[in-house]
Design a protein around this ligand. Sequence first.
Ligand code: 5AD
Ligand code: SF4
Length: 441
Amino acid sequence: MAAVKARKKIHIETWGCQMNVADSERILQLMTDYTRAQSEHDAQLIVLNTCHIREKAKHKVISRLGRLRKLKRVRRDLKIAVVGCVAQAEGKRLQREVPDIDYVLGPAQIEQLPQLVKEQQQGTALGFATKKIATDTEAGPTLTGQFEISRFINIMQGCNNYCTFCVVPFTRGPERSQPRERILAQAQQLVHSGVREITLLGQNVNSYGQDLYPKGNPFVDLLRDVCAIDGLQRLRYTTSNPHDFTPALSALFAQQPKLGRYVHLPVQSGSDRVLQLMKRKVNVARILAIAAALRAHAADFAISTDVIVGFPGETDEDFEQTLALLAELRCSFVFSFKYSPRNNTPARRFRAQIPEAVKKQRLARLQQLQHNITTALNLAEIGQQRQVLVHYRSRKAGHIYYGRTVHFRPVRLVSEHDIVGQMHAVQITDANATALCGKLL
Ligand code: 5AD
Ligand code: SF4
């Protein structure tokens, strides 16, 4: 009997945003000759899917590569691929400095990985595909997600906004939307296979379709069409930019219950002066007007946001205005970052860079304020009745389940039967700074 050839194994490590999570899933789909490895130790191909948004993220990749090089010295058959935004921005330099890297691909070139691996096995490829940012939209939407009942669909790539701090337009290129029909077909197929929550992904989702369908409001149309799919319980999207957040988009929350009562809306700063320096194209009044429109529909509408502290030129007064905005918005959650200068971006060359110690102090103050707000909002949930979509069962304790409320707050539940994928009425019994506990009703 002929011996069955063992399939090779792939190990992927993913840093950064949900776009990268989606890209990693796409790589797994593309590498049909490979199965998933348990860890880096039994893999023939290790893929680092990298993030370049802040300096720290890049350093993490470089130090990880340092450790993998050692593994490569004892494992001749091991190949290493660096993909994602660090590969796009620093690929050539990385290959010079870490010669053990076999493949380097930017986010728009991941479709080429199987071909590169094949060619290198035949000894013909350079293993390098970062020369330009591809602008095609040939690749189908990427389907991904940590849990079976909740999956992502990548609806667009890139960004045209060029905020002065941000490297994304340079690493991910200009906006390219996926055709509506393709996204709808993917969403239908997912729901048919048991998915109950879909998250539409893109760097700037609410400008979806402006390249393909210049008339009307293509993102609103897309949301309506996806909401109409029978069996889908919840539809979310991320990330939306306040600049493209139209009144039609906020009005949709009142018309489409599947959208829930939560949105991620990055504000970045509470100072009009800093927002202008960032080229965010919105001011604080506009941000507050969007929040007011959302909360006119539901007073408890939950908003999460991103904030940068220590942007060049940010004064104490500017920073106080950011704290004041957060106190007014009362966000359910805030992702907060110290400004990190990035190559190619204008803010890197602004003169008034803020000392690290000041950034650190501001970040700590902001996080303390937000911790108090998040905790108070979570505690106010105790005693409320909420509809919870159950996402997964704890691996350690079989009777413990985790889900999300309509405000996207995580809830821990106890059940004797399998409730994954079900929407349940839940009484909130306890809460802390990070999550709620509930009882099935
Ligand atoms: N420095 C710090 N934070 C940044 N972000 C993007 N670029 C930078 C940078 N250069 C943050 C923004 C963005 C989030 C994804 O990352 O807040 O919304
Ligand atoms: Fe970066 Fe601004 Fe585009 Fe967001 S909108 S990805 S912050 S350039």
